[in-house]
Design a protein around this ligand. Sequence first.
Ligand code: ADP
Ligand code: ADP
Length: 223
Amino acid sequence: MVAQVVILLGPPGAGKGTQARRLSADLGVPHVATGDMFRANVEEGTELGRRAQEFMNTGRLVPDDLVTEMLFVRVDGVDCGDGFVLDGFPRTVGQADTLDRGMDGRWTSSVASLEVPDEALVERASGRLLCREDGNHIHHAIFSPPVTEGVCDQCGGALYRRDDDVPEVVAERLRVYREQTAPVIEHYAQNGRLLPVDGNQSPDDVHRALRETLGSSTVEGGK
Ligand code: ADP
Ligand code: ADP
């Protein structure tokens, strides 16, 4: 059987990370998030992190060649052999074309897009709190506040706000999304592969809607 990849698209703050984490647990496959990978590189002070940081801090996209190389090194890992949940990639039509070619024969994919209005995106991004120990432990100052302020509910790590979640950079990220990533949604819609999901409901309801949309064949038998 060809392994299955779930591609989760959506604007900044739409809930991709929150949902990808849950789907990856459902399916028992890794959650591969290009934004998390860049943040880890920045934290570790690697050359890739240094090059990516100037783009991330100003809300622009990291150039395609840097992102695609990083992604394919990651998904060539043995743990991705049975599939993975992809969050934050592709963000340009060029990346989508490279992904389509790279997956050919190795994986099949389902493409879901989370639809959330701009006002909610700004609220979500501006209250986002991430855990220093595990970037997958996502909280929100208002919508999912930690029990103890500043402390991750899951692991006790310190919570922080992303440098790019300030209003000016969020506005730029939304502009870049409309300009460079909206055509990716169009690309999959034209191929008849896009599965739109209402992301403007509670995280549990979005999760349920995603599972229903992706179908029981994709999300079953996981852990
Ligand atoms: P969000 O959670 O807001 O969607 P991410 O954490 O996925 O943001 O990404 C943070 C930043 O990392 C982006 O603004 C961009 O600079 C960079 N980045 C992540 N993925 C990609 C990608 N596929 N192509 C280009 N840049 C990317
Ligand atoms: P993305 O990866 O698309 O940028 P995240 O999953 O990091 O988005 O979510 C952005 C912020 O919004 C986080 O603080 C998260 O806790 C919160 N959030 C995610 N999904 C929802 C939802 N359905 N309703 C309200 N807040 C949400």
